[in-house]
Design a protein around this ligand. Structure first.
Ligand code: EPZ
Length: 419
C-alpha cells in the first residue's frame, strides 16, 4: 500500500509548472486507435490512468514509444478489438476507447466499467447514443459486444451533458456515413481539446465547446503532432494548497480561462489572484472567508474541485455550504476529514454539505477513497498540526503527476512510502 506522510504547518511558496490534463489525455490517446497513421502527443502527464490506457492500446496492437511527456503511437497494425476486463476496471474512463475502437474496426468488446466511490457511473447515455448511430449491442458472459456494418450519422440528444458520452459519440462518428449532431453536448475544455486534435488530423467537427456539436464523417485521418491542454484540476488543487497554507504560488504553463469560475471563488474567499498570459499567481489571505458552492457542468464550478475546496473551507471563518449536483456519492472523503477535526455535516439526501470552519486541524491516519477525495486529504494534512498519513494513495497517483515532488519544491514536508 502506498501512503503520503505529511508534517503539516508549512506554507506553500514558489512556482510549479502545470502538467498536461488527465481528462484530455485519455480521450486524445483514444484518437490513436482511430488514426492508422503515426500520431505524436506532447504534454502527456505521467500518471497511472495514462499508463493503464497505454497498456490497453498495446494489447490492441498499437506500437508506442515514450520520451518524457512525448508519446508516439502507431495503430497501423491494430488487430484486437477487446478491452481487457482487468484493465477496464482499473481505469473506468477507458470506456471512451470503445467509441474509437468501434469507429475504426466496426466492432468492440468490453465489460461494464463498474462504479467507483463517487457514484454508480452508469454508461446508459453512451450505449443509447451509439445505438442511434447504428451500432448493435449484445451481451455474452458479462461482456458487451458492439458491432455494425456501417456507422450512420444521426441526430442525438443527450439527456445529461455527459463528458464521456460526448467524447464517445465524437470518436465513433468520425468516419460515419453522413452528419452526426449532438445537442446538450458537454462543453468542458477537454471536449474542445479532443476536437482540436481530431480536426488537426483532418476530422470535420464544428461547435465543440458548445452544447451543439456537428461531426461530418470523413474517410481518412492524417499523421499529427499535438500538445495536450494543461490540467485545470491540478492547477486548482495547487492554488487551494497555497490558500490553505497561507502561501504564495505561481503556476506556469496553465490556461486561466479554463478556471474562471474557480478563480472567482478563490477571490471570494479572500485570495489575491493575478493572471498573466499562461500564468496564475495566488497570494493567500490571513483568514479564509466562508462561501457557498454549487457544482455544475462546465462552465459551472467543476465537481472535481469540490473535495479540494471542502478541505480549504474547513479552516474558513464561518460556515460554508457545498451542493454536489453531478455525482451522487462524492462526500465519502468527509468522514476522513472529520478524523482530523473538520466539522462537516452531510444533509439533503447526501447532495449537500455544510462545513463549519474550525481553528485547529490535527494530523491523523486517513484513507483515500477516490482520486480527488485523496487529494483533499493531502491538502488537509499540509494545513494540519502534526503528522498525517494518507493511505491508499494509489487513487491519487492515478491523476496527479509527481504530486509529492511538486509539493516538496514548494516547501511542504511530504514523502511517499510504499509498504
Ligand atoms: C468525466 O467523467 C471526468 N473523467 C470526471 O473526472 C469528471 O468529474 C466528470 O467528467 C464531470 O466533469 C474523465 O474525463 C476521465 P459524466 P465522466 O459522464 O465522463 C451521469 C476526475 O476526478 N451519467 O459527465 O464519467 C454520471 O453518473 C474524474 O478526474 C449517466 O447517468 O462524467 C454522473 O452523475 C472524476 N449515464 C454525471 O452523468 C451515462 O451514461 C456526469 O458524468 C454517463 C454519465
Amino acid at each position: 500500500m502506498i501512503s503520503y506522510v505529511i508534517n503539516g504547518g508549512k506554507e506553500l511558496n514558489g512556482e510549479i509548472k502545470n502538467s498536461g490534463s488527465k481528462n484530455s489525455a485519455l480521450p486524445i490517446l483514444a484518437t490513436a486507435i482511430l488514426n492508422p497513421n503515426p500520431v505524436v502527443f506532447y504534454n502527456v502527464p505521467d500518471i497511472d490512468d495514462v499508463k493503464t490506457t497505454l497498456k490497453i492500446l498495446k494489447v490492441l496492437g498499437c506500437k508506442i514509444t515514450r520520451e518524457c511527456d512525448k508519446i508516439t503511437i502507431s495503430s497501423f497494425n491494430l488487430k484486437k478489438t477487446e478491452i481487457p476486463e482487468e484493465l477496464m476496471h482499473r481505469c473506468r474512463s477507458t470506456v471512451i476507447l470503445v467509441g474509437a475502437i468501434v469507429g475504426r474496426m466496426k466492432r468492440a468488446t468490453f465489460s461494464f466499467p463498474g462504479g467507483c466511490n463517487i457514484g454508480a457511473r452508469p454508461i446508459n447515455l453512451h450505449i443509447k447514443a451509439l445505438k442511434e448511430l447504428g451500432i448493435r449491442f449484445t451481451e455474452k458472459q458479462n461482456k458487451i459486444i458492439c458491432a455494425t456494418k456501417t456507422i450512420r450519422g444521426a441526430k442525438l440528444q443527450l439527456e445529461f451533458p455527459s463528458v464521456g458520452a460526448t467524447e464517445n459519440i465524437i470518436l465513433s462518428s468520425i468516419y460515419a456515413k453522413g452528419v452526426t449532431r449532438i445537442s446538450n453536448a458537454a462543453k468542458e475544455p477537454e471536449i474542445k481539446d479532443l476536437a482540436n486534435c481530431l480536426k488537426k488530423m483532418g476530422a470535420k467537427i464544428y461547435g465543440a465547446g458548445t452544447s451543439n456539436i456537428k461531426i461530418v464523417g470523413v474517410n481518412k485521418l492524417n499523421p499529427v503532432q499535438y500538445k495536450i491542454m494543461p490540467d485545470r484540476i491540478e492547477a486548482g488543487t495547487f492554488l487551494c494548497g497555497a490558500a490553505i497554507t497561507h502561501g504564495k504560488i505561481r503556476i506556469t504553463n496553465t490556461n486561466p480561462s479554463d478556471l474562471s469560475n474557480v478563480l472567482y471563488k478563490l477571490k471570494e474567499i479572500g485570495c489575491d489572484i493575478s493572471i498573466k498570459n499562461n500564468e496564475i499567481c495566488l497570494k493567500a489571505p490571513k483568514k479564509i472567508k466562508s462561501i457557498s458552492i454549487s457544482t455544475e457542468p462546465y462552465p459551472g464550478f467543476p465537481t472535481d474541485l469540490e473535495p479540494i475546496f471542502t478541505a480549504l473551507l474547513t479552516k474558513a471563518k464561518g460556515t460554508s455550504k457545498i451542493e454536489e449536483n453531478i455525482f451522487e456519492n462524492r462526500f465519502e472523503f468527509c468522514k476522513e476529514l472529520s478524523k482530523m477535526g473538520a466539522d462537516i455535516k452531510i444533509n439533503k439526501n447526501g447532495r449537500e454539505i455544510s462545513i463549519k470552519g474550525v481553528e485547529k486541524i490535527s494530523g491523523n491516519v486517513v484513507k483515500s477513497k477516490d482520486l480527488r477525495g485523496g487529494a483533499s486529504l493531502v491538502l488537509e494534512g499540509l494545513a494540519a498540526e502534526g503528522k498525517t498519513v494518507v493511505e491508499d494513495a494509489e487513487y491519487i497517483l492515478r491523476g496527479y503527476e509527481k504530486l509529492d515532488e511538486k509539493l516538496l519544491s514548494l516547501g511542504a514536508n511530504i514523502k511517499i512510502i510504499n509498504k
